[in-house]
Write a protein that binds this ligand. Structure first.
Ligand code: GDP
Ligand code: IMO
Ligand code: MG
Length: 429
């Protein structure tokens, strides 16, 4: 079998968690391939709400196997809290969760480094989630990292101490006051104790050579969905650099993050909001800082799932969407949060950019994104509550036309329209 992929086409938080959960019954395996606990994937059903950071969103389906791939970075403290919360809510976590031995560990001092770097950047800060993502991937590429498979080895503690010392030296050289910084409410010493308790607990998870396991599973006709984190516009190579995350969030990341060849990629599902949001700093051409942007934030409850920060809101950006579709080879689209537009008379869509007087629909390197002035058209709103609609034949015509318009512009079919956070609130197209 081939592996299907679901990933975000904007700046993250498109609703990946919800859709992975909806699609899970169609797959034997759900696998995360990149990112770490900077992700916050929300799943709602039966009046319950869960936010996952590291664990794949297939965990709620009793029949699915969930794999955390080699490309993911893991904070033992955070994943342990996730597991405890699931177990307390009677969601089974045991043999249904496998972890790659090659996945790298986020150390407590990676989080301190993240804070030190951000503070040193001052007004140019990235707006990181401060989960230690950048510093952990930096150690991975600099060949200093510590991996899940190292935990059981005799030199684990030595490696930990050496790396921690290196980190503290850097932090001190910044003159950063790390001794007063709290990690999840705890000082470094205390947090480190909890981190080691968590290491003990996660040692009971099954660690595997995931690249062999995954390829053998596909060989024996098992179906797999790879679950992206963040979004294409946050990709380390193709996003709005340097205001990006530190991993490849695009389809190519599935190959390196799970160890499968490009020939084994099947469908690529791209997910986007019917409008657009971004959390953290960096360019966002179609951002709306007027009342409409505020209304999108309130109606869409646009506050970060990981950090609680208000998300910046604006309009669909078709040039950026086309770019993401091209980079990922998207074969089907999921349009999310259509219901958030229920109460808009007119819906703006960015169709092109005015770049120094020229109209373009691509994103040239030379354009600092601030120079890209979006050109909008307006589509009529549907001005009605669509939350309970699950049948496309009774969709308001304005919504059907909005979907058709996007499909025609980007040349990829929309497979599903999401009209609410609950698992059941979807319209199959
Ligand atoms: P992810 O990171 O891509 O999984 O997305 P997040 O969970 O961070 O953010 C998406 C938010 O929108 C969550 O609070 C979801 O519960 C919610 N959500 C998902 N789909 C819909 C939808 O169609 N309508 C509404 N109103 N909310 C949605
Ligand atoms: P999910 O998977 C939205 C953003 C941060 C910051 C930048 C770098 O829930 O869609 P990092 O912590 O990676 O160093 O932050 O990327 N960011 C996200 N924004 N959703 C996410 O994940 C994000 N993960 C990171 O806000 O601007
Ligand atoms: Mg999120």
């Amino acid at each position: 079998m081939k592996a299907d992929v679901l990933l975000g086409l904007q700046w993250g938080d498109e609703g990946k968690g919800k859709i992975v959960d909806v699609l899970t019954p169609n797959y034997d395996i759900i696998a995360r391939f990149q990112g770490g606990p900077n992700a916050g994937h929300t799943i709602e059903f039966d009046n319950k709400k869960f936010v996952l950071h590291t664990i794949p969103s297939g965990i709620f389906n009793k029949n699915s196997l969930n794999i955390i791939g080699n490309g993911v970075i893991i904070d033992p403290f955070i994943i342990n809290k996730e597991i405890e919360n699931l177990v307390n809510n009677n969601i089974e976590v045991g043999d249904n969760l496998l972890v790659s031995k090659k996945a790298h560990l986020i150390l407590p001092t990676h989080r301190l480094l993240d804070a030190a770097y951000e503070s040193a950047k001052g007004k140019d800060k990235i707006g990181s989630t401060l989960k230690g993502i950048g510093p952990t991937y930096t150690d991975k590429t600099a060949r200093n990292g510590i991996r899940i498979g190292n935990i059981q080895r005799p030199d684990f503690l030595n490696k930990f101490r050496e790396l921690k010392e290196k980190h503290l030296q850097i932090i001190k050289s910044f003159g950063f006051d790390y001794e007063n910084l709290k990690l999840d409410g705890l000082g470094l010493k205390h947090y480190e104790e909890k981190w080691f308790d968590a290491i003990e607990k996660i040692s009971t998870l099954t660690a595997i050579d995931s690249e062999y396991f995954i390829n053998q599973s596909l060989n024996s006709n098992k179906t797999m969905l790879a679950e992206g984190a963040q979004g294409t516009m946050l990709d380390i190579d193709f996003g709005t650099y340097p205001f990006v995350t530190s991993s490849n969030t695009v389809t190519a990341g599935v190959c390196t993050g799970l160890g499968i060849s490009p020939h084994r990629i099947g469908e690529v599902f791209g997910i986007f909001k019917a409008y657009c949001t971004r959390v953290g700093s960096g360019p966002f051409p179609t951002e709306d800082e007027s009342g409409d942007g505020k209304k999108l934030r309130i109606d869409g409850n646009e506050f970060g799932s990981t950090t609680g920060r208000p998300r910046r809101c604006g309009w669909l950006d078709l040039a950026a969407l086309k770019y993401s579709i091209m980079l990922n080879g998207v074969t089907g689209l999921f349009m999310m949060k259509a219901d958030v537009l229920n109460d808009f008379e007119a819906i703006k869509v960015g169709i092109k950019y005015d770049f120094n007087g020229e109209l373009i629909d691509y994103i040239p390197f030379e354009a600092s994104y601030e120079n890209l002035n979006p050109v909008y058209i307006e589509k009529p709103g549907w001005k009605t509550n669509i939350n309970s609609i699950t049948d496309k034949t009774i969709m308001p015509t304005e919504l059907a036309e909005y979907v058709k318009f996007i499909e025609n512009e980007v040349n990829v079919p929309v497979k599903m329209v999401s009209v609410g956070p609950d698992r059941s609130e979807t319209i199959e197209m």
